[in-house]
Design a protein around this ligand. Structure first.
Ligand code: AMP
Length: 215
């Protein structure tokens, strides 16, 4: 399965991607995670990316495209993958089509996880991630048993720099202007599947995801 996950920040793409790969072990390629790793490692690419990420803007296509292409060429992608947070605009989607055309591996589906605007705000401000294992929580809807600590490994929970209120508004604007048009883009290619990611528990939403993808 070669899958693109679409959805606004806070729609639960990353959470559903993690559940898909538990069932179907293929790499989850999150450009946000790759960029955050570059920022943490202090690489030149990370330094360039950070200024955009902190403002809630998209990192330039030239930076992201090279990073994705390099990742897709790795051996573990031969059995499929989930692209999470990429593409983010039409130019990236077209570049992905070209890349996959030359690698002879077209997309199986683009899955859009749809969530209402006011709910996104709450999900993003409440989001906390484990520093050690990456497990995600939400202080409103999926709180850890112990404040500030991961249920799975006991690691320290943190709030992403770009999950603060000022940046969130900008990220949602960027999504509406640049990423939402991709729903039409993949609709026209007849590979779009949509699920309502705003109602029900994570597991209930996952049932809808599995039905939509036939997995
Ligand atoms: P995410 O974790 O997917 O919400 O991404 C966090 C931030 O990383 C975004 O707000 C962007 O600044 C940057 N980013 C992630 N993926 C992309 C992408 N495909 N293109 C450009 N910027 C990206």
């Amino acid at each position: 399965m070669r899958l693109v996950l679409l959805g606004a920040p806070g729609a639960g793409k990353g959470t559903q991607a993690k559940k898909i790969i538990e069932k179907n072990p293929i790499p989850q390629i999150s450009t946000g995670d790759l960029l955050r790793a570059a920022v943490a490692a202090g690489t030149a690419l990370g330094k360039e990316a950070k200024s955009y990420m902190d403002k809630g803007e998209l990192v330039p296509d030239s930076v992201v495209l090279g990073m994705v292409e390099e990742r897709l060429k790795q051996d573990d992608c031969k059995k499929g993958y989930i692209l999470d947070g990429f593409p983010r605009n039409t130019k990236q989607a077209e570049a992905l089509d070209n890349m996959l055309g030359s690698l002879n591996m077209s997309l199986t589906a683009a899955l859009s996880v749809d969530v209402q605007f006011d709910l996104l705000m709450k999900r993003l401000t409440g989001r906390r991630t484990c520093k050690s294992c990456g497990q995600m929580f939400n202080i409103y809807s999926n709180a850890p048993k112990k404040d500030g600590a991961c249920d799975k490994c006991g690691g320290e929970l943190f709030q992403r720099d770009d999950d603060r209120e000022e940046t969130i508004k900008k990220r949602l604007e960027v999504y509406n202007a640049q990423t939402a048009p991709l729903i039409d883009y993949y609709g026209k290619k007849n590979i779009l599947k949509s699920v309502d990611g705003g109602t029900g528990s994570i597991d209930e939403i996952f049932v809808k995801v599995c039905n939509a993808l036939g997995i």
